[in-house]
Design a protein around this ligand. Structure first.
Ligand code: SAM
Length: 237
């Protein structure tokens, strides 16, 4: 990667960093995002956090290659433990599952003091992130959905506020799954993603028709049927 050219996904994440921020990028393999943010003036200072040795070394190398060591600190550690209280104003967590992102936020809660904005890009399970935000006083202020290399990504931007505000005119369960802003906008990528998911669930339902009925298969069927109903309602509206 050319150091000034980010993937479409990370570029979209970077667009949400207010210029002049103090940034922490957690799970920062290669530190591409903090390097770009500092070079573009989006961040005046950044922490690149990595829990694994390989990606931690890659991040260090990239920062050294660009001679950004004075402005980007690469730290090895789990989630938000690499941060000091009040050190940053914006946190990005991208390219992981929604459950892991929620766990990182939950475990590091006390480090969120002073943080004004969270920019989260779950690869799957965005619902878990939306739920965590609601339960912890963060208001979703924007959502994006995009496609790159045949994969579809969601980006969630949150600030402190009224966590239920974006959900007020929606069925909570539907909006948690689909995203309150995304389901309103219902753009081409959104329709593509959920049409694909719908087809996948219907196939699973067909397979389950032949499965032995027990508590597990009954619960699985109910969950999938519920999701099918939610998605069909929104796609058809
Ligand atoms: N954020 C980059 C992106 O979006 O392209 C890298 C995504 S990569 C798939 C996920 C990275 O998160 C890996 O480098 C992994 O080592 C790191 N990671 C996973 N769990 C973590 C945790 N609890 N704390 C810090 N880093 C973590």
């Amino acid at each position: 990667m050319n150091e000034m050219v980010l993937s479409k996904r990370l570029k979209k994440v970077s667009n949400e960093i207010p210029p002049g921020s103090k940034l922490a990028d957690i799970g920062s393999d290669h530190a591409y995002l903090p390097c770009y943010a500092v070079l573009e003036g989006l961040a005046v200072y950044a922490v690149a956090g990595e829990v694994n040795e390989g990606p931690y070394q890659s991040a260090k190398k990239q920062v050294e290659k660009l001679k950004l060591e004075d402005r980007i600190k690469v730290r090895k550690g789990d989630g938000l433990e690499v941060l000091q209280n009040g050190e940053v104003s914006v946190i990005t967590i991208a390219g992981m599952g929604g459950i892991l992102i929620s766990e990182i936020l939950e475990t590091g809660k006390e480090k969120l003091e002073g943080v004004k904005r969270l920019i989260l890009q779950p690869n799957v399970g965005a619902k878990n992130v939306r739920r965590w935000l609601i339960e912890n006083g963060w208001e979703l202020i924007k959502e994006h959905i995009l496609e790159e290399d045949q994969k579809i990504y969601e980006i969630l931007v949150a600030e402190r506020g009224n966590p239920l505000a974006p959900y007020q005119n929606e069925k909570l369960e539907s909006a948690l799954l689909l995203g309150p802003f995304l389901m309103k906008e219902k753009n081409e990528v959104f329709i593509k993603k959920w049409t694909y998911e719908l087809a996948k669930w219907k196939k699973i339902m067909k397979q389950l028709e032949n499965a032995v009925l027990n508590d597990e298969t009954i619960e699985k069927r109910e969950k999938i049927m519920n999701k099918i109903a939610i998605v069909e309602e929104v796609l058809q509206s």
